[in-house]
Design a protein around this ligand. Structure first.
Ligand code: SAM
Ligand code: SF4
Length: 453
């Protein structure tokens, strides 16, 4: 019998996809995935250090797995941002840890496993070479998820926002070659993937550091032409890199879904300057306006931070004003969390926890109403939904997403999985929509309108 690997993943889609890449590499070492740590021969904890207390989370996860090490000799590894940041410190603090796999070391995983299996030698790989191109993983033998797939198109980030750890743990921006990305999408299409989501910290800056490479809008155009792919998404975008051509792509490319996630972080110009975001509130509002004029059905989501050092009541009001002006479809809101090694940790006037908490609650209350109202606008419309399979709530329901990325549950036959289904929206909830299959025409999409409320 082959060996089993259990992977525990924290953080964003990029980390989820890195876990998929690790699983793919481990297939070649005869490891298959299990969701039960107690039957695993190898446990990997894939970590994130963007917010909160990531080191504590890792140490407590390691504590949970210590008994398995003693009982079964399970190999244990830590990967991702905390691995990158802590390196050898992790190995010396946790004697039963076998491997530390930094953010750039995923392709080396088979070698690291081989080393520990053959000689019992522990490994710590945390080098990031800015000159080295993005290291790819062999193409999947079969899709991990039969309908949708992530594709990482770039690593790292060049922006160095003062609050953010990413450039330190993921390195400078490194884009993959467009040829390689297009090959991967073709491969996924041949395996039946219908929707691809292009991933990167700042995807709309794709290719900037590579001479003669396609830019992001051109890359989308090429992917749009790949037969078999029905939908294209991407995340995350930076407002400063949101070009005119990219905005136009939302109305020009039939497969590009009408949704953009474009974090604004704060509505105060003073705070944006201290964050080193490289734009102002009015610049951001102009981008939103342009997106909606070019593609009226576009859904816009964003990220915001409250309680950044020096944020006064007036600054916070500017943030609320931006939220009420834009009326985002959804918003991911965070309390500022100091990150060791970033500039903002040194700033005076760190905001008290209680104030951060109050501001977060106020903001989330306002956004909750807006999200519900935005969803209610869709009641009575017919949406194109990509059916993804059975819903977790009911075995009669299918679940899927609209082009605008909203979850819809509706009754339907399992055979519809992987197809685009016209669904009439009957009821809106804060986090999802209810609908029924219909034979009427889609009323939203490229030609429809949205954002009127
Ligand atoms: N590259 C994207 C951008 O610039 O818009 C964001 C990527 S970041 C990994 C994801 C989100 O985490 C950010 O948009 C920000 O809102 C949040 N974040 C990052 N660092 C943070 C910190 N120190 N405290 C709180 N939230 C943070
Ligand atoms: Fe971090 Fe995004 Fe700023 Fe890059 S652009 S430093 S990933 S917040």
């Amino acid at each position: 019998m082959g060996k089993r690997v259990y992977v525990e993943t924290y953080g964003c889609q990029m980390n989820e996809h890195d876990s998929e890449r690790m699983l793919r590499l481990l297939e070649d070492c005869h490891y298959s995935e299990t969701n039960k740590p107690e039957e695993a021969d190898l446990i990997l904890i894939n970590t994130c250090s963007v917010r909160e207390k990531p080191e504590q989370k890792v140490y407590s996860a390691l504590g949970r797995f210590k008994k398995l090490k003693e009982k079964r000799g399970t190999l244990i590894g830590v990967a991702g941002c905390v691995a990158q940041q802590e390196g050898n410190r992790l190995l010396s603090r946790v004697p039963y840890l076998d491997m530390v796999v930094g953010t750039d070391a995923i392709p080396l995983l088979p070698q690291l496993i081989g080393k520990i299996e053959c000689s019992g030698e522990k490994s710590c790989e945390t080098g990031i070479n800015p000159e080295r191109p993005y290291l790819t993983t062999p193409l999947p033998l079969r899709p991990f998820d039969k309908i949708k797939s992530y594709i990482t198109i770039m690593q790292g980030c060049d922006h160095f926002c003062s609050f953010c750890i990413v450039p330190y743990v993921r390195g400078r921006q490194r884009s993959r070659s467009s040829q390689e990305i297009i090959e991967e999408v073709r491969h996924l299409a041949r395996m039946g993937i219908k929707e691809v989501c292009l991933l990167g910290q700042n995807v709309n800056a794709y290719g900037k550091e590579l001479e003669g490479e396609l830019d992001f809008a051109e890359l989308l155009l090429r992917i749009n032409a790949i037969e078999g792919i029905e939908r294209i998404r991407f995340t995350t975008s930076h407002p400063a890199d949101l070009s005119e051509v990219l905005t136009r792509a939302f109305s020009d490319l039939d497969k590009l879904c009408e949704h953009i996630h474009v974090p604004f972080q704060s509505g105060s110009d003073r705070v944006l300057r201290k964050m080193r975001r490289g734009y102002t509130k009015s610049f951001y509002l102009e981008k939103v306006d342009h997106l909606r004029k070019t593609c009226p059905s576009i859904a816009i989501t964003s990220d915001v931070i409250v309680g950044f050092p020096g944020e006064e009541e007036e600054d916070f009001k500017e943030t609320l004003d931006l939220i009420q002006t834009v009326r985002f479809d959804d918003l991911f809101s965070f309390k500022y969390s100091p990150r060791k090694g970033t500039r903002a940790v040194q700033f005076d006037a760190q905001v008290e926890e209680r104030v951060k908490q109050d501001r977060l609650a106020t903001l989330q209350g306002i956004q909750k109403e807006i999200t519900l109202q935005k969803n209610q606008v869709l009641e009575g419309s017919t949406q194109e939904v990509l059916a993804e399979g059975r819903s977790k709530q009911s075995d009669r329901d299918l679940t899927g997403r609209t082009r605008s990325n909203k979850v819809v549950n509706f009754e339907g036959d399992l055979n519809l999985t992987g197809t685009l289904v016209p669904v009439r929206i009957t009821r809106a909830y804060p986090h999802s929509l209810r609908g029924e299959i219909t034979d009427s025409e889609f009323t939203f999409g490229k030609g429809g309108s949205y954002g009127a409320i």
